[in-house]
Design a protein around this ligand. Structure first.
Ligand code: GTP
Ligand code: MG
Length: 493
């Protein structure tokens, strides 16, 4: 997400960081920030206003005379990004009594139908029973598509034949929903058009007037950049939209839409779609987005995602096992599977503060899934006994595991060594304060323990290039062991 803009902004901000700050080079640095915004397809006026606001604050005495002016500027840019995209109240207006009606609208292919399913799934998780209503009668397949989605998440879906009218489908759908006291929310899936046109707006206005939904949510495709922003403006002028749901942010989007929508239309983004699957919907938080855009990670988002996907009891049990020194390769494999459920690893890793930039710049992190899969493959090739007692894995077992998983024996060896070091560290970390823990994590990552695949990969790439520097590899390994020993020693004290 937003790799281009993150890189551009980082470049600009690191220019500011490197310079001895004066008014003139602050302006030069901010000029680069502006370039990065425009490059990311941020609306021209929005980018200019943004830079003006940052400039006014950045050239003041408060910044120039502060101890670390460049940090202050990063802080100002962050704050202004948050203001640009917020404030937002992403909660849905769920009524205490009676039905809550949400209407989704948007251009063709923006993701309305999928998002109806995502919202319904989210509401269901929160304990409501939503009903979907197929009010898109333009495309014959649209009704089936919504029904399939409703079945996937096991919620009711109201449909009528394509010969009906959107208004009567919605009115009858509401009547039907009222008959079932368990149904709390009705989500209307409306038809899209290629462009904003009078016919579409007329149909939606009529629905809005007659049905009076509690919220009208506009679904926009982030990949279409400024077009999304312009259509959002047109929709809002006609319909008074309550919030935008920006979809396809998982794709190769430049981010311009996310940054411009609120400033251009006055309507906040409430949710973002980050994948085709029905669990890929997130509440929009400007702070988290600003963190991610600046490559600072997004801890709150990470925790939210983890809470959704990870079984808390299981996680607690695993933590206890770590503390007791009973953490096995079996548990390790379970954890990797849980992590995989949270979404694409590159995205997840970028949400960890300090890791964002590493992921972008590091060719070793090109495909972390592959590493996880490879490690899982090795663990899969072990017997349960071996997984629970890795110390029993001797040379012949190791060769068997290597063969079974299609890896060289050295890689199995690496996994075992690093697992051993890691479980030792985890046990010690359990008794540490936050600061010591952070230091330990830093040492672990310097030693390559947090990414066991990376080492092997690095060596592989080197040997492919035909220039294996064995001394270098050996030295690095020695350094790793030294770091791990040092950390263990300190923690024992
Ligand atoms: N990658 C990604 N794809 C998405 C997302 N949301 C929707 N899609 C995909 O976008 C395509 C269009 O989605 P639909 O939900 O059918 O869009 P629609 O707005 O209902 O389209 P019409 O009914 O034809 O107007 C589908 O292939 C979806 O899987 C998202 O957040 N990320
Ligand atoms: Mg649709």
């Amino acid at each position: 997400m937003f790799e281009g803009i993150t890189k551009g902004l980082k470049g600009a901000l690191s220019f500011i960081e490197r310079s001895r700050l004066t008014e003139s080079n602050i302006h030069e640095g901010l000029g680069q920030v502006r370039e990065a915004l425009l490059e990311a397809d941020v609306n021209f006026d929005v980018a200019n206003d943004f830079i003006d606001r940052v400039s006014v604050q950045a050239v003041g005495d408060r910044v120039l005379k502060s101890i670390r002016p460049s940090e202050q500027i990063v802080g100002i840019v962050h704050q202004e990004l948050v203001e640009l995209m917020g404030p937002v109240d992403a909660s849905l207006p769920i009524q205490r009594d009676g039905l809550t009606v949400l209407m989704l609208c948007g251009l063709q292919g923006s993701g309305k139908t999928t998002t109806c399913g995502k919202l319904a799934r989210m509401l269901k998780e929160q304990g409501h029973l939503p009903m979907l209503v197929a009010a898109d009668l333009q495309r014959p397949a649209a009704i089936d598509q919504l029904q399939v989605i409703a079945e996937q998440i096991a919620v009711p879906c109201y449909t009528e034949p394509a010969t009906s009218t959107p208004l009567s489908v919605c009115q009858n759908g509401l009547k039907e929903a009222k008959r079932n006291p368990e149904i709390g929310v009705v989500i209307l899936d409306t038809a899209g058009r290629l462009h904003v046109d009078d016919e579409l707006m007329g149909e939606l206005e009529q629905l809005d007037r007659r049905i009076q939904p509690h919220q009208v949510l506009l679904v926009c495709d982030a990949m279409t950049g400024q077009d999304a922003v312009n259509s959002a403006k047109a929709f809002n002028d006609a319909l008074e939209v309550d919030g935008v749901i920006l979809t396809k942010l998982d794709g190769d989007t430049r981010g311009g839409a996310a940054l411009s929508v609120k400033a251009v239309t006055g309507v906040p983004i409430k949710f973002i779609g980050v994948g085709e699957q029905l669990d890929r919907l997130e509440e929009f938080r400007p702070e988290g987005m600003a963190d991610r855009i600046l490559g600072m990670g997004d801890v709150v988002g990470l925790v939210q995602r983890a809470q959704e996907q990870i079984d808390t009891d299981e996680a607690l049990a695993q933590q206890q096992k770590m503390m007791d020194g009973k953490f096995t390769l079996e548990d390790f494999r379970k954890q990797m599977r849980m992590m995989r459920k949270m979404g694409p690893m590159r995205e997840i890793m970028k949400m960890i503060p300090g890791v964002g930039g590493m992921v972008d710049d590091n060719p070793d992190m090109e495909n972390p899934e592959e590493d996880l899969r490879r490690i899982e493959g090795m663990i899969d090739s072990m017997t349960p006994h071996e997984r629970n007692n890795p110390e029993r894995i001797d040379r012949s077992r190791r060769n068997r595991i290597a063969k079974g998983s299609g890896n060289p024996p050295s890689e199995v060896n690496n996994l075992l060594k690093q697992f051993d070091a890691m479980s030792g560290m985890m046990q010690q970390m359990a008794g540490m304060g936050v600061k010591d823990r952070m230091r330990a994590v830093k040492e672990m990552s310097e030693g390559g323990m947090l990414d066991p695949g990376a080492q092997v990969r690095k060596e592989k790439t080197r040997s492919k290039r035909g220039s294996v520097d064995r001394d270098q590899v050996r030295n690095r390994k020695r350094q790793q062991r030294k770091n791990a020993r040092k950390a263990r020693k300190r923690n024992r004290r």
